[in-house]
Design a protein around this ligand. Structure first.
Ligand code: ZN
Length: 353
């Protein structure tokens, strides 16, 4: 847990952002989700403390963050006025938070984003980075990675590094009040999967066990509640997401299959995870049952028919972009993971999706 150095605060986003503004009176880069272009940050009329020297980057989350996209934002920041920004402030869901983290690292490390996809490749600390999540579940706010799609190599992989961790966080459940119901479920369940996969894996430590067990408990409270998005449940989800991000580095089978569904079929991370989980009976029987009960409890429908007409080429890409995630697959299935999750096995699993 030593890599987690974020300061957490709940509530009063306005006050905290103003403090950032007062303490850092030089150029800043705000990466903000496109939704906030026409909206205040929260019901409390929170405004962004953007000044003339600051650069405001609007991030669209229609597609998951790409290596070429963050390269472009980093270039934009480098050429914006003189000198480096004092801080990168990312306000949004996992896509925006991951974009902010990647851009911060690229400002102080030479080359392109794809050069740092992997483990411990980032050599210099990035620019001071502040995370303000407005959607809970991905755990990007506490994880040591920022997941990027590389359209050339067709690999979905993060910059896994101690330098990818946010320096400061603002956790304010008021900021997630407008999240659509399905999205709240799909993204929130990401936390459940991070922790469930971690707890069923081989790489465990007592401190991450404690975070993961608490996060699963909070997810159960939220997703069995009559009012899933009540104030207290949004607060629980925000804390669960933070805890879950601490377990996200040691996932299992769900996330690799989910990555395959993202790369081959363009499914977003939250939905792709849920689709993958729905066919995990053999690997996680108890949790797959529980997942179905939670879907039922919230009357959430998964997309269907996405794999019924897969061509050989698309399936080959789906398999390749799943099996490439050797670290989590080995964590779950041991060194023989390629024999266990064979092409025939994966084909059998996803056929019904
Ligand atoms: Zn995830």
């Amino acid at each position: 847990m030593a890599q987690i150095s974020a300061e957490c605060a709940t509530g009063s986003t306005q006050g905290i952002l103003e403090r950032v503004y007062l303490e850092r009176k030089c150029k800043k880069c705000f990466a903000v989700h496109v939704w906030f272009r026409g909206h205040r940050l929260s019901r409390c009329d929170t405004r962004l403390p953007v000044e003339a020297d600051d650069l405001l980057c609007i991030v669209d989350s229609t597609d998951e963050p790409k290596t070429c996209g963050v390269d472009k934002v980093a270039d934009q920041v480098k050429t914006w006025r003189d000198g480096m920004p004092a801080a990168v402030v990312a306000i949004g869901g996992g896509t925006v938070l991951d974009t902010g983290k990647a851009v911060s690292n690229l400002l102080t490390n030479p080359g392109l984003a794809e050069d740092y996809q992997g483990w411990d490749l980032v050599k210099q600390p990035g620019v001071f980075k502040i995370g303000v999540p407005t959607l809970s579940g991905t755990g990007s706010e506490s994880s040591r990675t920022c997941v990027l799609m590389n359209p050339q190599s067709r690999i979905k992989l993060g910059m896994n590094s101690d330098y990818t961790v946010f320096d400061q966080l603002i956790l304010d459940p008021d900021l997630s009040v407008t999240v659509p119901r399905d999205q709240f479920f799909f993204t929130g369940m990401d936390t459940y999967f991070h922790c469930m996969e971690y707890l069923n894996g081989q790489n465990r430590t007592p401190v991450v066990d404690a975070y993961a067990e608490k996060a699963v408990d909070l997810c159960r409270q939220v997703f069995t509640a009559d009012e899933m998005q009540s104030t207290i449940n949004r607060e629980r989800m925000m804390v669960a997401s933070y805890f879950g991000g601490c377990a996200a580095g040691n996932v299992g089978v769900v996330h690799p299959v989910s990555a395959g569904l993202s790369v081959a079929l363009g499914q977003h991370h939250g939905v792709a995870n849920c689709l993958a989980m729905s066919v995990m009976d053999e690997f996680y029987p108890r949790e797959t049952d529980e997942f179905r009960r939670l879907l039922d409890a919230q009357s959430i429908q998964l997309p269907s028919g996405i794999c019924c007409d897969l061509s050989d080429d698309v399936f080959d890409l789906l398999y390749a972009s799943t099996i490439v995630h050797s670290k989590p697959l080995e964590n779950a299935l041991g060194p023989q993971f390629r024999d266990i999750l064979s092409p025939a096995k994966l084909c059998d699993m996803v056929r019904g999706l």
